[in-house]
Design a protein around this ligand. Structure first.
Ligand code: CA
Length: 220
């Protein structure tokens, strides 16, 4: 079956985090055959950096990793990324753990019996869902605002003029535009702007807002 949007499925990058090499290589084969760009890491401790640096479109995350629990990894990922996560569990009992917990995972798949076809089907389903959501959000943003954001290129335009934003200001603008009319608290903004909000003084948000406002006003 062809995905609804072959273009995006072709280019979607999937990160496989799995400590069993045989299983990982099987997954990689299936993912690549299905047209995805796949990469693999076995080390749970490397996941956070890998996601930060490579920004995959989806993560297949083994629940039981040496040295690091997939669940806590997923929760840590959620602090800075909304990348879709599918958890891979070895046993049904493990899947039960996921049900009751706020893992932040989008889906989970049991590895026994393991069906790579099912994994591919779930990956496609989730990527389609995310694509539809982001298309809708993009439509909403462009319909309501003289501001246009090119998220891939990290660029924002106001009335057609490129805004000279810092990465933090770009993220701030994006957060604000994602919920027009919504009042965010400083903490909520901090959590969305910084990978580790604890390291930042919450008054820093005020100066980001001020700078952003100044740059927007400069265009008028
Ligand atoms: Ca494992």
């Amino acid at each position: 079956m062809m995905p609804a949007n072959p273009e995006s499925a072709m280019t979607a990058r999937v990160l496989v985090v799995e400590d069993e090499p045989k299983l990982a290589s099987l997954l990689m084969d299936y993912l690549r055959a299905a047209g995805f760009e796949a990469s693999w890491i076995a080390d749970g401790a490397a996941v956070i950096d890998q996601v930060r640096n490579t920004r995959p479109d989806l993560v297949l995350l083994d629940l039981m990793l040496p040295g690091r629990d997939g669940l806590s990894l997923c929760q840590e990922l959620r602090r800075f990324s909304d990348v879709p996560v599918i958890m891979l569990t070895a046993r049904v009992e493990e899947a039960d753990r996921l049900d009751g917990l706020e893992s932040g995972a989008d889906d989970y798949i049991c590895k026994t019996p393991f069906s790579p076809r099912e994994v591919i089907a779930r990956v496609r389903t989730i990527l389609r869902r995310v694509q539809v959501q982001s298309d809708r959000q993009q439509d909403r943003l462009s319909a309501q605002s003289p501001i246009r954001m090119d998220v891939e290129a990290y660029r924002a335009y106001y009335k057609g003029a490129l805004l000279p934003l810092t990465p933090v200001e770009f993220r701030l603008l994006r957060v604000l535009l994602s919920a027009p009319g919504h009042a965010f608290t400083r903490d909520q903004l901090l959590a969305r702007l910084h990978d580790d909000p604890r390291s930042v003084n919450d008054r820093a948000v005020d100066s980001h807002i001020k700078n952003l406002r100044r740059k927007l006003e400069a265009v008028d």
